[in-house]
Design a protein around this ligand. Structure first.
Ligand SMILES: CC(C)(COP(=O)(O)OP(=O)(O)OC[C@H]1O[C@@H](n2cnc3c(N)ncnc32)[C@H](O)[C@@H]1OP(=O)(O)O)[C@@H](O)C(=O)NCCC(=O)NCCS
Length: 192
């Protein structure tokens, strides 16, 4: 069973419910100039209906064990919806998973993506039994590449024309981290 709520030092990560719809729609609309550069689903007409559809799909995927989407919220005050982070399995034989994330524009640069991704990596390796976790990052997305570097991911190579973003096929870099690399890094961090 995947826990419906995870915590980090500053945030809670919670499974989506219908109550999250308005906050999600607002956060997406406020962040559109940044999101639409890198995420295929983000577009200027994004509205409440799309947020509601996302919450419905997310609920269904969670029930079927296909993907686990979390709403990011602050622990100590209600600052609304901060962003999303998801983890899902990409290959069963290879026990590989993937993580995707976005952070509301007025909260970027505060270490949030790094903090919540570290928590979801632990979920992937410890609870979901993954051997490897991937990130696919659009070429040019320097902020996300920096998140990957801070978390110890290795660059594997370029996936050509991986996603269609605003009418243009965009190359992505595949980053990954293996379970033993993650455990070693964590042990070293604890030892200081
Ligand atoms: C990418 C994104 C998730 C990063 O979230 P965040 O909470 O700001 O990430 P963090 O604060 O943990 O780390 C960001 C790092 O990138 C750095 N950075 C930001 N913009 C940068 C740029 N243009 N060039 C180089 N580094 C940059 C920050 O300085 C920080 O590094 P530091 O801690 O060494 O200073 C967020 O910007 C976002 O949601 N972008 C739009 C959607 C997106 O790209 N999603 C990811 C798709 S793979």
């Amino acid at each position: 069973m995947v826990p419906e709520r995870l915590t980090t030092e500053r945030f809670e990560l919670r499974r989506f419910t219908r109550r999250d719809t308005d906050g999600l729609a607002l956060a997406v609309r406020r962040s559109l100039p940044d999101l639409q550069l890198w995420l295929p689903w983000a577009h200027p007409g994004y509205d409440r209906d799309e947020a509601a559809a996302y919450v419905r799909d997310s609920t269904q995927s969670w029930r079927e064990g296909r993907a686990f989407d979390f709403a990011i919220r602050p622990l100590d005050d209600d600052d609304g919806h901060i962003g999303n982070i998801s983890i899902w399995q990409v290959t069963r034989m290879g026990r590989a998973g993937e993580i995707g994330y976005w952070i509301r524009s007025d909260r970027t640069g505060l270490g949030i993506a790094t903090e919540v991704t570290a928590r979801v990596m632990a979920l992937g390796f410890e609870r979901l039994g993954f051997h490897k976790i991937n990130l696919r990052i659009a070429v040019g997305n320097k902020a996300s590449e920096r998140v990957a570097a801070k978390l110890g991911f290795t660059r594997e190579g370029v996936l050509r024309e991986e996603l269609l973003i605003r009418g243009r096929w965009v190359d992505h870099t595949l980053y990954s981290i293996l379970e033993h690399e993650w455990r070693t890094a964590r042990t070293e961090a604890i030892r200081g």
